[in-house]
Design a protein around this ligand. Structure first.
Ligand SMILES: Cc1cc2nc3c(=O)[nH]c(=O)nc-3n(C[C@H](O)[C@H](O)[C@H](O)COP(=O)(O)OP(=O)(O)OC[C@H]3O[C@@H](n4cnc5c(N)ncnc54)[C@H](O)[C@@H]3O)c2cc1C
Length: 450
């Protein structure tokens, strides 16, 4: 982009559903768009659990942002982590991989930074109980789950073996329910004939939630169907249970009557809560925007931060009318933000306030079983699963990913095969965040040392 270019500058923070749909809406607008993300890919989060449990590879649920945007000639992608904004100077402040600071000027800013896992004030749990938001999380969970069966196989002590074969999941929303079902399914089907010392089907899966039932937002009827499907799969449901402590060998849980029970489990996975990323607080501070309890930025009906019509907030990081953090909200708010800017630069009258069209929600339970709620229509069991299949094929990014996912599902559903089970047992070099400054070079060894 040259300095003579007098098109208006739009910066989009985040290449999730909201950011991508905003960029697409601006495709033919006379603006230059910079889309910044801290990762190089767009991730289809709803299928992370299938990556974690060996059905789909990471490449099938993620696609390079650069490739997705190659035909959007007015969009430039930048790999960087946004740290804040200077709302007066209209600058986005960011860090490049390697730790160097950089800035981007804007006329319009679209914030689409999503949310991250929240441990409800117990960040120390994260060390023992990975969440599921990113590709890294899915690969860690894959290693923990398949690794647990390996550890059980070589354990001489029966108590240790039982601990490795116990999986605890915290949170009975769609992600917790999907993961719980998948772990039981891989234990009872895929891995059944592969071990010589353990019976994988002995694996216990415990599901904990503070609420009264799994998948409560789907309503009592579908929630009850989900509970009975989980029962049939052998998932042990512990509702009205608050997790009070997690460590390397298990977790403690407080029941409604106040009694605390200890459960030994070598694998604990956390899917319970979300919070806005730190960049949301930085933007709120720079603009005086309010944040809700989860740190999401409160916006007006035009998705703008009050007093800042040039800054629109979209997707999971936005707080408006208690809209849920789901892909449809992200897509529709992203589209709205892009279209609103397109209208404004074309000098057309301001767009109408944002209106959300609820297209429903779906959760996968096990092979051939899912629950789907679309307006008044509710599907469970096999019909729900067929609807689930079409929805996910429709929304996966790229026809290659769709074809690849269909093929993997065919093998997983007809032959119990999970081909994406690779995990590493060694780490190369020091694991560090690429946005942190690299450590200083080590002092050279004294002469005579190799
Ligand atoms: C495991 C799981 C399962 C789900 N299942 C469903 C489902 O079945 N149905 C459904 O409708 N929804 C589901 N959701 C929710 C849905 O995926 C989200 O609502 C949707 O992805 C939100 O889109 P977004 O664009 O707002 O945020 P995201 O998709 O999270 O994208 C945010 C982007 O911003 C980037 N980013 C964040 N901070 C920075 C920064 N400081 N600098 C630069 N870039 C940054 C991130 O790297 C990311 O790419 C699920 C979510 C998860 C985690």
């Amino acid at each position: 982009m040259n300095d003579q270019d007098n098109r208006r500058r739009v910066v989009i923070i985040g290449g999730g559903f909201a950011g991508l749909f905003a960029a697409r809406a601006l495709r033919r607008a006379p603006v230059r768009v910079t889309l910044i993300d801290r990762v190089e890919h767009h991730l289809f989060q709803p299928l992370l659990y299938q990556c974690a449990t060996g059905i789909l590879s990471e490449g099938k649920i993620a696609a390079p942002l650069r490739a997705i945007l190659r035909k959007n000639r007015n969009v430039a992608f930048v790999l960087a982590e946004v740290t804040g904004i200077d709302a007066e100077r209209r600058r986005v402040l960011a860090t490049r991989p390697g730790g160097k600071a950089t800035e981007f000027g804007y006329d319009y800013l679209i914030v689409a930074a999503g949310v991250q896992q929240s441990y409800f004030g117990h960040d120390e749990f994260a060390m023992y109980a990975p969440g599921m938001k990113t590709i890294e999380d899915a690969l860690v969970i894959r290693r923990r789950v398949f690794g647990a069966f390996e550890m059980a196989e070589s354990a001489a002590d029966p108590a240790e073996r039982t601990r490795w074969l116990t999986f605890a999941l915290v949170g009975a929303g769609p992600t917790g329910v999907e993961l719980a079902g998948q772990i039981r399914e891989l234990a009872t089907k895929t891995l059944r004939a592969e071990y010589r010392h353990i019976k994988p089907e002995d694996a216990r899966v415990l599901l904990f939630d503070g609420g009264a039932a799994p998948l409560a937002p789907f309503g009592p009827k579908l929630s009850a169907k989900a509970a009975s499907s989980l029962d049939r799969l052998g998932v042990e449901q512990h509702m009205h249970s608050i997790v009070t402590q997690i460590d390397a060998t298990g977790l403690s849980v407080r029941a409604e009557d106040g009694t605390v029970t200890r459960h030994d489990a070598a694998t604990v996975l956390w899917t319970a809560g979300v919070a806005a990323p730190s960049v949301a607080a930085a933007i709120a501070q720079a603009t005086g925007a309010k944040q809700d309890r989860a740190g999401r930025i409160e916006v007006g009906p035009d998705l703008a931060i009050p007093g800042h019509p040039d800054i629109l907030v979209t997707g999971d990081v936005m707080s408006l009318n208690k809209l849920p953090g789901v892909a449809e909200v992200a897509m529709q708010t992203g589209l709205y933000a892009g279209r609103r800017i397109r209208r404004e630069v074309a000098g057309r009258s301001t767009a109408k306030p944002f209106r959300y069209y609820d297209l429903g929600s779906a959760a996968y339970l096990s092979r051939g079983r899912a629950v789907v709620s679309v307006g008044r229509l509710q599907f469970a069991g096999f019909p729900g699963w067929v609807v689930w299949l079409f929805i996910h094929i429709g929304f996966l990014t790229g026809y290659r990913n769709r074809a690849g996912a269909l093929m993997s599902w065919w093998f997983a559903f007809t032959r119990d095969m999970r081909r994406e089970r690779t995990f590493t047992t060694r780490q190369v070099g020091i694991v560090r965040d690429v946005y942190a400054e690299p450590p200083p070079p080590a002092a050279s060894p004294p002469p005579g040392h190799a």
